[in-house]
Design a protein around this ligand. Structure first.
Ligand SMILES: [Fe+2]
Ligand SMILES: [Fe+2]
Length: 175
């Protein structure tokens, strides 16, 4: 049972960190967004991310989980990613969403499978399922908003963003 409890704590810590980072990215993008339609969309996504973050923030307190020590770094990196993608334009904003959300959907799916393997269907699992669907909507929306085929620069940017997101997840699980 101890092992399961520790896994749950790790899940809460890493998801709390991830949703924190997501907020920083979207808010960084909103700040420098010049296209009002895109800005509206980003604000809607950001408000959904806020709900995700608030849930894990509540769980951190309720279940006495130590938050990641990396928050100050995720703040800087998330904001930077948001600001830089926004400055580079709409295609980069969408590429950022597509990449980050793709990694997050995979990450949440793994957690859902973990709960299924333990035959546990608790509130935490159902919340993660709900959030996972929303992250997937964010991802699909970004893919559908693409104006043209990815340029070389966009491909490099996506690769880099996915790698960074994966690294942030692994680090937040441990530290
Ligand atoms: Fe989220
Ligand atoms: Fe999302």
């Amino acid at each position: 049972m101890k092992k399961f409890e520790n896994s749950v704590k790790q899940i809460i810590r890493v998801n709390h960190a991830g949703e924190y980072g997501a907020q920083k990215i979207y808010n960084g993008q909103i700040k420098f967004c010049k296209n009002s339609k895109l800005k509206k969309k980003l604000e809607r996504i950001s408000s959904e991310e806020k709900v995700h973050f608030d849930y894990f923030d509540e769980q951190i307190i309720k279940q006495r989980v130590r938050p990641t020590l990396m928050s100050p770094l995720w703040n800087i990196l998330g904001t930077t990613l948001g600001v830089v993608s926004s400055r580079l334009g709409e295609d980069y904003v969408n590429a950022c969403t597509e990449s980050v959300e793709e990694v997050i959907v995979e990450h949440y799916k793994k957690q859902i499978n973990f709960f299924k393997s333990q035959k546990i269907n608790n509130e935490l699992k159902r919340k993660i399922e709900k959030f996972c669907k929303e992250e997937n909507d964010h991802r699909e929306d970004a893919i559908n908003s693409k104006s043209k085929k990815d340029s070389f620069g966009l491909k490099v940017f996506k690769r880099f963003t996915k790698l960074g997101t994966k690294a942030a997840i692994e680090i937040s699980k441990r530290i």
